[in-house]
Write a protein that binds this ligand. Sequence first.
Ligand SMILES: Nc1nc2c(ncn2[C@@H]2O[C@H](COP(=O)(O)OP(=O)(O)O)[C@@H](O)[C@H]2O)c(=O)[nH]1
Ligand SMILES: [Mg+2]
Ligand SMILES: [Zn+2]
Length: 355
Amino acid sequence: MSIGIGDSHDAQALGWTDHEEACWNTVSDNCIPARITSRYVSSWRVMVPDGFRETAVKAAGAFHYLCAGPDDYPVVGDWVALSPDGGMIQRRIPRRTTITRQESGRAARAQILAANVDTVFLVFGLDGGRNFSIGLLERFLTVVAAGGVEPVVVLNKADCTSTEHIESVKSQVRSVRADIVIRITSVPDGRGLEELRNLIPVGTTTCCLGRSGVGKSSITNSLLRKQHIRTAEVSRIRHRGRHTTTNSQLLMLPGGGLLIDTPGLRELQLWGEEDSLHESFSDILELAAECRFRDCRHQGEPGCAVQQALAEGILPHQRLEHYLEQRDELAEAELRHRMSAAAYEKQRWKKISRR
Ligand SMILES: Nc1nc2c(ncn2[C@@H]2O[C@H](COP(=O)(O)OP(=O)(O)O)[C@@H](O)[C@H]2O)c(=O)[nH]1
Ligand SMILES: [Mg+2]
Ligand SMILES: [Zn+2]
């Protein structure tokens, strides 16, 4: 009997789980497992368990043939099978979890931001302005729920505000989800960083999500104990503009644990099943169970428990508005996705019939 890859401590440290082990037997012998650390236009950087070496690789011709659409190509966090010489991607191992958002711009396509993530740090800035909003938190929670990933709310820049303000933001977070894990951090004085570090045990992968400028790269650098990624401050000195992280990057922390830094998500559009709203709007969905009609849209139907809670002041008006907004956004994205899939099929058919 051959020894499984999962028996290697290095593979486990790089995030290899029973899931990958079970998938690996479909890959041809002598292939080398590797994890994607960053993605470029037509190449990838990968880390191999053996010594955690990082190299650049391309996709083998046969791999292109296996890919039917953009989502089939590897993203940060994916496990792939490299050719025995280590230079080419031959297969992508099916994903255990994903973080997906709708692509910005008009394309009606989902974009997978990262794969095989266990925990997401939803990072907000306590420095006022738009760096914290309930609406954004609700959106993030919806995205995270759709991917099967555990969220942790990180309220950064604690040094910029008062204890009273921190408490008020905390209670706003709890009003969305009472049991969510919240961590308060500050990069200049190191507050809360050790606690964050402890949330990333060896072999697990955490992804930082948040608006640009909230401190994702600064937190990542502190946990790495070195300046690996340029932060806004450094780049401003070099006159490079504010948007410094242009690519997601998977990094191994000293002592183990994997962290993915992502560029700021300026417009996090939703993508996922309507079901994923359950996570952020469980109160509304509980009420909805009491509505007279099973398919009640809560927009004026008789016997609507949601409207009643609204009238009684139990349910804040804004919260229902957010819910309806997100529900419609999801439904529309779903529709556009179906339409574009149909258009794609049509085009493909044209191509085939022209032959
Ligand atoms: N005062 C304060 N500034 C911070 C903190 N964390 C990050 N910053 C600053 O916020 C700016 C944006 O940080 P950056 O890490 O690039 O944010 P990112 O876009 O989320 O990666 C930089 O000028 C950082 O020095 C913090 O905890 N406190
Ligand atoms: Mg950054
Ligand atoms: Zn209703």
